[in-house]
Design a protein around this ligand. Sequence first.
Ligand code: CAA
Length: 260
Amino acid sequence: MESKNVILEKEGKIAVVTINRPKALNALNSQVVKDLDNIIAELETDNEVYVVILRGAGEKAFVAGADISEMKNLNEEQAREFSVLGNKVFRRLETLDKPVIAVISGFALGGGCELAMACDIRIASEKARFAQPEVGLGITPGFGGTQRLSRIVGLGKAKELIYTGEIISAEEALKIGLVNTVVPLENLMDEAKAMANKIAKNAPIAVKLCKDAIDRGIQVDIDSAIMMEVEDFGKCFTTIDQKEGMTAFIEKRTKNFQNR
Ligand code: CAA
């Protein structure tokens, strides 16, 4: 499915999703968020896609935030609805049963930083800039920023960034663990695709179950989390790909995973 605001392209086992509103620096209005939701729904049922890359159109921005002109005149109830919509869609992305790599060329501000944080892995260009600048607009982050930033960079740094609204460089984002890696802009998509292909070579059900165990386990106490790993480890042994992976190792041949 392809829509004007969000484009889905497939290259073998990799899907590239592009937020496509470059004139507004890919700002997220409610229609863009709904279109992204439809693309995620399509990816949920696509067994041919093993890894998703999410980027913004153009080089200047990943996403410069939620659309300020749309938000300006919202009342309390409408603002809550907008926040519920964004959070629902970002959570759907976060729990998609495939790894999602955010590719951040330029600005990832407000809702853009929040969207990147709902992805599994973040690769940034040297020109990327990050912030949760909402308090400067008289609002709190509304698409998960108050919750995910502290989980990724720790409470102290999250509070500093959210209270000041300061824009930080890619280098600083790397230092605090907000991004996984920083590369020159011209290498950005090649790096992302190389990582996506590396992931896609592995057994997709095992990768999916790793995501499940990591993401659910981090929310609970260690003993419950370990039991989640035990369950997911067990499930792997019901798959054809576990037999294939281990047989290929013993027979010293190339693996041929089938996502089954
Ligand atoms: N919403 C709506 N439009 C936006 C936008 C946004 N978040 N960010 C950029 N745009 C639009 C600008 O209005 C401008 O449109 P026009 O050409 O029609 O005037 C166009 O994109 C280009 O932007 P600028 O001219 O401002 O470009 P710049 O290079 O001078 O500045 C920028 C770039 C620093 C990113 C600046 O655009 C900016 O500060 N944008 C807003 C960033 C922001 O505050 N984001 C947080 C939004 S609140 C939020 O996201 C809440 C939440 O958690 C859900």
